[in-house]
Design a protein around this ligand. Structure first.
Ligand SMILES: C[S@@+](CC[C@H](N)C(=O)[O-])C[C@H]1O[C@@H](n2cnc3c(N)ncnc32)[C@H](O)[C@@H]1O
Length: 197
């Protein structure tokens, strides 16, 4: 039996089973914020932001950043971290497949997703893609980290199904897939860099 995703994630946060919550931004994000591929600062949306590490990192570097997650405990933790840094970062409890229900203006320059899209049920992925497409300005960068396909019973039970580069290209057809960089972890993951047409 599978729990519905919001219940599973609530439970994981409650039990402290959050192995993704490293507290440090990934090098692939650092690269576009202050590294070799750095972008001019603007508005950033962190989809499935968890406890806000990456949202706060972007805000620290001059971005007007908003984090969205559907687990209230994660957003509470993110807000507490933001208060400690004295930064103006907006954290919203909400569903990334229903962004239009949130007080969010479209026109983002950077969209970031580390591990949210691949955890969505397949039936919810079109709504997510529609929302990301709607809120991204033309020319916006979309940096997505997603697990790849893995086989085996253990994977099927405990890990998201994962996606392939071809599926990402098809799902986000209003974006140009600029790069699919294999991750360095054992999840067959990729870091996808996309640009809104
Ligand atoms: C693997 S965690 C990654 C969290 C964060 N991006 C990080 O790297 O620390 C995935 C996050 O996506 C959130 N999430 C999953 N589906 C969501 C949805 N439909 N709407 C909003 N948040 C969602 C979960 O609550 C969880 O915090």
């Amino acid at each position: 039996m599978r729990l519905i995703p919001s219940v599973s994630f609530r439970l994981m946060y409650r039990l402290g089973l959050t192995p993704w919550d490293s507290g440090i931004p990934p090098p692939e994000l650092i690269e576009v914020i202050e590294g070799a591929r750095h972008l001019p600062t603007g508005r950033a949306l962190d989809l499935g932001c968890g406890t806000g590490t990456t949202t706060i990192y972007m805000a620290t570097n001059g971005w007007q950043a908003i984090g969205v997650d559907f687990v209230p405990a994660a957003i509470r933790a993110a807000r507490a971290k933001a208060v400690a840094t004295r930064l103006a970062v907006a954290f919203l409890v909400g569903d990334v497949t229903r962004l239009r229900e949130l007080p969010i203006e479209p026109g983002f320059d950077l969209l970031f997703d580390q591990g949210c899209f691949h955890s969505l049920p397949e039936t919810a992925q079109p709504a997510y893609a529609g929302e990301v497409t709607r809120v991204a300005r033309s020319g916006a960068t979309y940096l997505l980290y997603a697990f790849g396909r893995r086989s085996g019973e253990r994977r099927r039970r405990f890990f998201p199904k994962g996606v392939t580069p071809d599926e990402v290209r098809a799902r986000f057809s209003e974006f140009e897939l600029v790069e699919a960089r294999p991750g360095t972890d054992p999840f067959g993951s990729h870091w996808y860099t996309m640009r809104r047409r």
